[in-house]
Every structure is written in C-alpha cells, then in structure tokens.
Design a protein around this ligand. Structure first.
Ligand SMILES: [Zn+2]
Length: 316
C-alpha cells in the first residue's frame, strides 16, 4: 500500500461493530481513562508549545460543558483507550469556561498542519467531518422530522416511526490530478487578488461518472486539455468540509491551453525547474512576506505530494 497522506494513516481501530452496542458505548463514559477531544465551531483545543497537541478531556469534565450525549461521537480505540469527540459549539466563549480556561486555544487544524502528529491530526480531522455532517442533518431529508444521533454518532435516525430512515455520514469524492506532457506539468491558479498559489486541477465526481471520466472532464472543463492514460496514485481524507481527494496522474493528449476564466485566473505548463522555484516558497504566509511570490499548495496536501513525486520521478 502507498504511504498514507496526512490526515490518514493514524492506524486506530474505528470499532465499527462495537459502536452498534449501546451498552458498550455507555460504558465508555463510565471509564475514567476515556479521552475526549472538544471541538468548537470546526476548531480544536490545542496546546501550541512545545509542540502542538490536542487537549483531551476526561469523562467527568463533560457534563458541565454539554449535558446531552447527543453532541458526542466515538472516533475509535487508540492503544486500548477509547477516544471520543465532544461538540461544544453552543458555548459562546468556551475559553471563559472554568473547565477550559488556560488549557489551550481553539485553532483550525489546517493552520497547524504537519506540526501535529499524524495520529492526532487524523482523529481531529475525523471529528470535524462528523460534526459538520451532524449539524446539517438534524432533520430527516425524506419526511422533515427531527433526527437523533445513534451508534456513537455514526448514524442519525429519523424520529418519525412511519419513516424511521437511518442516515449515514457523507463523504464527497473529488478527483485531483497532475497532468503531464513529457517534462512539463499543468498547474492552475484560482481567481483572487491575493492568490499566488499554482496547484493541480481538481473537481467533484458527478453522479453516474467513473473516476477516470471525472478526471478527463474536469481537465477539459478547466483547461481545454484532453488527457489519456489516467492512473490512480493515492488518496487523502480532506474533511474541510467533507471531501475525499482521489489523486491521479494523466498524460496530456493535447497541449494548447484554453482555460475557463470562471474557474481559473491562469493555467500554464511548468517545467521541472520552474516547479522547483515554486517549491522554494514554503507556504502562503511566506509568499505574503515576499510580497506575493508564486508558490505551491501547503505541504500536508495531496496536491503538493502529487507534484513533488512527479518532480522526484516517483509518479506512477
Ligand atoms: Zn424521516
């Protein structure tokens, strides 16, 4: 198997069968060793120094923050310890609460990124994705009745007995691809005055479409380039808010770029030397410091890895 991308590879047990057992789930909160990650409006409580790490709460600290178990999800079992997440988005100023004061800051994990351990990053990304889904499915899409969380936060059940539909968390597949033409690769820049990032092309898979077809369609729509020899590389969960990025390489079957100005501000062929120059600017912050230097996507992204592996001659 390929080396996992960041936000994957944490190697914990999702306990997919155990979490259906309500008694087992209830027992987790009775175990003082259970660890709970608080999540507030898509942000995680993180201690920055000496190294960014998530703050875990003990079960006894939960009731004053969120009296209802509706706001909890099981993430999995890490080295025999259950790890759950708690949504406290209903609290206006969480750091003013005595349980949380002085314990860290609520931070977007994308801003800490690779400084987190891979295992922690995956758990936090997973929790964010689940709560995003819960917030948007409090009513049944079929009958409109309220839904309630079940299976430790991994389903929502319609409360209308005549409907009783079970809703499952959603992940939206998106393809992301590096198109190459011998010693050149195709990168695009999204519109935006402050956007100096060139990246791989990407787009959502449509219903009734194979991944290979999605790759070819997106490249054609965005740049007018035809592709051949579409091949899968690796994938990355990207729950910002709910995507699974499926990484591909493709060969260019035509070379004249005619980019879609609704989606892109520019699309160009870059040779390896030019891409290495883009790599020299580490991230958006450094680009800003340099007054708008062109740069590549952030190091934890699959886009960056697809480009880097092509540069290194490791692309399939
Ligand atoms: Zn319903």
């Amino acid at each position: 198997m390929n080396e996992p991308n960041f936000f994957a590879g944490g190697a914990f047990d999702r306990a997919g069968l155990l979490r259906k057992d309500a008694d087992w789930v209830a027992g987790l909160m009775a175990d003082p060793g259970t660890r709970i990650i608080p999540v507030w409006r898509d942000r995680h409580l993180i201690v920055i120094k000496p190294k960014p790490e998530p703050v875990f709460l003990a079960p006894a600290e939960v009731p004053p923050l969120a009296p209802e178990t509706e706001s909890m999800v099981l993430l999995g079992i890490v080295e025999d310890t259950a790890v759950l997440a708690l949504d406290i988005s209903h609290i206006e100023e969480p750091l003013a609460r005595p349980e949380l004061t002085g314990r860290g800051e609520f931070i977007d994990i994308r801003d800490v990124g690779s400084l987190l351990s891979r295992a922690d990053a995956q758990l936090m990304a997973f929790s964010r994705a689940l709560f995003y889904w819960h917030r948007r499915h409090v009513f049944c899409g079929l009958c409109g009745a309220p839904t309630v969380s079940g299976e430790a936060g991994h389903v929502r059940n319609c409360t209308n007995a005549d409907c009783a539909t079970t809703h499952f968390p959603r992940t939206d597949p998106a393809v992301i691809m590096l198109v190459t033409d011998a010693e050149r690769c195709l990168l695009g820049r999204r519109p935006g005055r402050e956007n100096f990032m060139y990246s791989t092309l990407a787009g959502f898979v449509e219903p009734g479409e194979s991944l290979e077809e999605a790759v070819a369609r997106e490249v054609m729509e965005e740049t007018g380039i035809r592709v051949a020899n579409v091949r899968y590389a690796h994938s990355q969960p990207w729950p910002f808010p709910a995507n699974l990025m499926l990484g591909f390489y493709a060969d260019a079957a035509s070379t004249e770029i005619n980019f879609n100005t609704d989606e892109l501000a520019d699309a160009r062929w870059f040779d390896r030397g030019e891409v290495r120059e883009l790599m020299a600017v580490r991230d958006r912050a450094e680009s800003t410091r340099l007054g708008g230097a062109l740069h590549l996507p952030r190091p934890v992204s699959i886009a960056r890895r697809l480009i880097a592996e092509w540069i290194d001659g490791r692309a399939p």
